[in-house]
Design a protein around this ligand. Structure first.
Ligand SMILES: [Zn+2]
Length: 107
């Protein structure tokens, strides 16, 4: 098991969070942004959002990534007005994954 995979074992990820309180976290593995690199989902221009880390963007399935988006949406909602709808976020993920050939069909 390589280090990146070990960091994402739930107990290890939990320990990272315990020692890095106050940081946002990846919506899939839960690692704080201080310990992993976020993957930006680009919307238009310079806008975008980062629901998951680079590792999870590559390794998690699209359903998990969309669930992370939904979680992020509700965090935004609790803080004010979300910049995108859940549907816009999910469509952006479909588009990016389709560009990489990871998704056969985009609605
Ligand atoms: Zn992650």
């Amino acid at each position: 098991m390589n280090l990146e995979k070990i960091k994402r074992v739930p107990l290890i990820s939990y320990l990272y969070r315990t020692f890095h309180i106050g940081y946002g976290t990846c919506g899939v593995c839960g690692l704080p942004w201080s310990n992993c690199r976020s993957h930006t989902v680009k919307m238009s221009g310079y806008d975008g959002f980062f629901p998951v880390c680079e590792y999870c963007w590559e390794h998690a399935d699209i359903k998990q990534i969309k669930q992370a988006c939904t979680k992020l949406y509700y965090i935004w909602e609790s803080q004010g007005i979300p910049p995108y709808t859940i549907d816009e976020m999910h469509r952006a993920i479909d588009r990016l994954k389709a560009q990489k050939g990871e998704l056969e069909m985009v609605k």
